[in-house]
Ligand binder design. Structure first.
Ligand code: ATP
Length: 371
């Protein structure tokens, strides 16, 4: 069981659209691998090509070092689970889950054992006698997953299995996916999502895609804390990272990032990097949880910027302050019971240990790149 999957110069075109543009990476056997990206990134196309439902335009895929070009979908031992996996309305939960086993002529004893085992993993054993119409949305989704996963396979391809559930059920099922992961631990699993929380919670490694390109592959920590560029920094994390377009200047041995009312003095540890960067504009980034702030005026010149509060919201029991300086927005996360009023002045300061510097032309993370 379980297979290694390798993409070699894989391209897929639909007319003029490059759905996949020269993809090269591999997925380890038994890995729980997440493909994450916005709509149109090429996530589903990747799965369809692995399953053999679509053919590459050029390049290809190896499964366990064997080219798949001449392998029929059946020989690949791949099971693909789509987002909308309809249940048979007239069959009980047990029979719905058992249907692929019956189609494959498993014995009665085997069927009972396998259905009960997956139903326990998914927490739906007590509903085995019910009809789909007697289930909640989340329970129905568990039954769909059960039916898809009941037959063991080397490779499972899961295409947004939680996408159309409401937020509460999504959260529950995301937590329960840890159980499902151990149930599938002997198989290679590729899980597609456009939800970064799902990607970070589930993936051993995550491939971030956009417009048919692989942007970054890494474990959750790498993807969140070491984004390769502004695209990854912005799409992974909510509320979004603040990105400021700033001018670079150099005075008395220090670099300053400035723009009208913004004046950020960097410590000397950035000197070498900025000297090599050798451009006069840069994109500065800092995530919302890494800003310090004060409602009182900070007189000393110690790195605070004066901003104006535009809005204060409560999201997920946290306070989110939207502030503005010049035409730039800075988003700051704080405690939910902070008293923050619109139009008030707020002095804010990024934690220098947590800032990012991105190339103004390419958006690349300069702290990762040895420029
Ligand atoms: P979503 O999250 O919206 O499902 P995705 O990342 O799965 O997006 P794909 O379905 O792989 O994206 O599509 C990648 C690109 O290829 C898109 O621009 C899409 O419009 C295009 N595409 C996909 N299938 C076809 C098709 N059968 N014919 C023409 N274009 C297609």
């Amino acid at each position: 069981m379980s297979k290694k999957i390798e993409f070699i110069n894989l391209k897929k075109k639909y007319g003029e659209i490059n759905a996949l543009n020269n993809i090269n990476y591999f997925i380890n056997e038994r890995e729980f691998f997440v493909i994450f990206g916005p709509s149109g990134a090429g996530k589903t196309t990747t799965l369809k090509i692995i399953a053999g439902l679509e053919l590459p335009s050029s390049g290809g895929i190896n499964i366990d070092n064997k080219p798949t070009a001449s392998m029929s979908p059946k020989d690949r031992n791949v099971r693909m689970v789509f987002e909308n996996y309809a249940l048979y309305p007239h069959l009980t939960v047990f029979e719905n889950i058992a249907s692929p086993l019956r189609a494959n002529r498993f014995s009665k004893k085997d069927i009972s054992g396998k259905v009960n085992s997956i139903a326990s993993t998914l927490g739906i054993r007590e509903y085995l006698g019910r009809l789909p119409r007697e289930l909640s949305g989340g329970q129905k989704q568990r039954v769909s997953l059960g039916r898809a996963l009941v037959i063991k396979s080397d490779i499972y391809l899961l295409d947004e299995p939680l996408a159309h559930l409401d937020a509460k059920i999504r959260n529950e099922l995301r937590a329960e996916f840890q159980n499902i992961k151990s149930f599938l631990s002997k198989s290679t699993v590729i899980y597609v999502t456009h939800d970064y929380l799902e990607a970070l919670a589930l993936g051993e490694r995550i491939c971030v895609m956009d417009k048919g390109e692989v942007i970054q592959i890494g474990n959750p920590e790498e993807i969140y804390y070491y984004p390769v560029n502004t695209f990854v920094a912005q799409t992974v994390g909510q509320p979004e990272i603040s990105l400021l377009n700033l001018d670079i200047s150099y005075k008395n041995g220090f670099y300053f990032l400035t723009n009208h009312n913004i004046d950020i003095k960097l410590s000397k540890r950035f000197n070498n990097l900025l000297k090599r960067y050798n451009k006069n504009k840069i994109i500065f980034g800092c995530r919302p949880q890494f800003w310090d702030f004060s409602k009182q005026e900070v007189k000393e010149n110690d790195g605070y910027l004066k901003t104006e509060v535009q809005a204060f919201e409560i999201r997920n029991f946290k306070g989110v302050i939207l502030t503005r300086v010049n035409s730039e927005q800075i988003i700051i996360l704080c405690k939910s019971f902070e008293e923050i009023k619109e139009k008030e002045a707020l002095w804010v300061k990024p934690d220098e240990e947590r800032i990012y510097l991105f190339d103004v032309d390419t958006g690349d993370n300069l702290l990762l790149k040895n420029i």
